[in-house]
Design a protein around this ligand. Sequence first.
Ligand SMILES: NC(=O)c1ccc[n+]([C@@H]2O[C@H](COP(=O)([O-])OP(=O)(O)OC[C@H]3O[C@@H](n4cnc5c(N)ncnc54)[C@H](OP(=O)(O)O)[C@@H]3O)[C@@H](O)[C@H]2O)c1
Length: 406
Amino acid sequence: MKRIAVLGSTGSIGQQTLEVIASQPQRLKLIGLSAHSRIDLLEQQAARYHPEVVAVVDGEHAARLASRVEALPVLEGVEGLVRVATDPRVDVVVVGTSGRDALVPLMKAIESGKQIALASKELLVMAGALITRLARAHQTTLVPIDSEHAALFQALRGIPKPEIASISITGSGGPLWSFEASQLRDVSVSTVLNHPKWQMGPKITVDSATLMNKGLEVIEARWLFDMPLDRIHVLIHPQAQVHGLVELIDGTVLAQMSPCDMRLPIQYALSFPERWPTRVPSVSLVQQSPLTFFEPDLARFPCLRVALDAARRGDSACAVLSAANDVAVRAYLKEELPFGDIARITEETLSQHQAASMQTVEEILAVDAWARATAQTLVSAECGMRHAECEMGTPHPAPRTPYRSL
Ligand SMILES: NC(=O)c1ccc[n+]([C@@H]2O[C@H](COP(=O)([O-])OP(=O)(O)OC[C@H]3O[C@@H](n4cnc5c(N)ncnc54)[C@H](OP(=O)(O)O)[C@@H]3O)[C@@H](O)[C@H]2O)c1
């Protein structure tokens, strides 16, 4: 029996993880849950799945939940996340939070010898060197949940490193793949959130539409598989049946295929090193035929270019990339920024940064804080400029959607 803690249980990954745990009652037992502030959902999850302990990052929400569930210990803050992630009853920690607050809990979980099932790619993008060094030191395998990395992780099993020529990450292209460049400056939030293949949280869905997600995934793959950037490729594959490919030195290509259902990589990350049956329907090659593959278009989707540039510049540039993009995406979701400005805000923040290597969590968090403040200043300037133009009656070419902040 494996005993599980789920960080981010109220999110898309977290909810699907709970489904997987419930589907394997003989093999998996839930110990701990955590959320940021959605305590109504957390309370429902506690009633349905019976964890031994929960943590809520936001203090006010933690106190409110504690007053409702007297028999259940409710921990608070990032320290609460750390206690859930290092609880001696836990064997496997699923990291499915958005944002940076799970960095320290993840590192403490590695230090206390937990198996890690990792969905939160932003943590590897901001602190990949530190996390993978720690994992090596504690002989912990970071088992990826991200579908492309789960694919590569499986395809690479048993292959000696010198036999690997390159790896490729696929992406469906997202909801805007067929849009002309002129249409991409101003796209409504509802269009962007309507992903053709995957149901995910809002931040990663926007990243899929800008193709920033593929850039973050290249950086994630570089750390997970210890692979130089020039041997990691991105392919657009609209049918989203092949999730990752490994090319070997003799020209052989191994591809991993599975349906678009995150419960599959989640279960594999929990069952590893074993593999268990699921009720997920198998791939129908005939129905999905033909399978097509394209090079990504970096001109129409500049976020991918910006991400690859940051990856080449080094560790701190990756932390800046992730933080600035996060600020820009959240501003876009609040309709404060047009879609096309996500790349611009991220690139301008990066242009103000001198890349350096980072050795400690404190250095990483300082870079993250600087990038967030800088990106937020750029977003506010953009909002202010638009506000002034609206007041002067100057028509602005950007969003059709009204700005809530005005
Ligand atoms: N969704 C997918 O299919 C998918 C696929 C591959 C990789 N991933 C990666 O998995 C991660 C989670 O994605 P998601 O789509 O599940 O996101 P999501 O639906 O937005 O859920 C995020 C979870 O993190 C919690 N959270 C938010 N801010 C937090 C903070 N400051 N500290 C601690 N917890 C916090 C949320 O709690 P509240 O609900 O209380 O806000 C929620 O439980 C992301 O890194 C994403 O890139 C997701």
